[in-house]
Unconditional design. Structure first.
Length: 125
């Protein structure tokens, strides 16, 4: 069965003729798919040690952005996971957390600072 439709594209009008098939099976064609599978070992993700750091540990910005808040002060004791700095990047707030237990030895940025990826933010000892 043929049907006619009027279609307008960019201001131009066209008459389109469409032939309907009775069975959708007329459109189906088998497709051959080739693939190979390889087994890979699971990836080991390193975890931060929860022990007190015996050396100074420099915390670096993981991404460029603007420091909107520094939540720690020099001399403050930290535990793993404690929020230290909040960096805004692409209108998203990113919490930078303590990777080790320790004491804040030095804060290298302040609210309003623009930071680059890898820039030191503070030192934990």
């Amino acid at each position: 069965m043929k049907r006619h439709f009027q279609v307008t594209v960019n201001g131009d009008t066209y008459i389109v003729e469409v032939e309907e098939k009775k069975s959708p099976a007329a459109y189906l064609q088998p497709v051959e798919i080739n693939y190979s599978q390889t087994n890979t070992p699971p990836v080991q993700i390193p975890h931060h040690k929860a022990a007190t750091s015996p050396h100074n540990y420099t915390v670096r910005a993981p991404l460029p952005g603007k420091v909107i808040e520094v939540k720690v002060k020099t001399g403050q004791r930290l535990t793993v996971g404690e929020v230290m700095v909040i960096i805004e990047a692409m209108k998203m707030e990113n919490e930078i957390t303590a990777p080790v237990h320790g004491t804040v030895k030095e804060v290298l940025v302040h609210a309003g600072s623009n930071v680059t990826s890898g820039q030191p933010l503070l030192v934990i000892g």
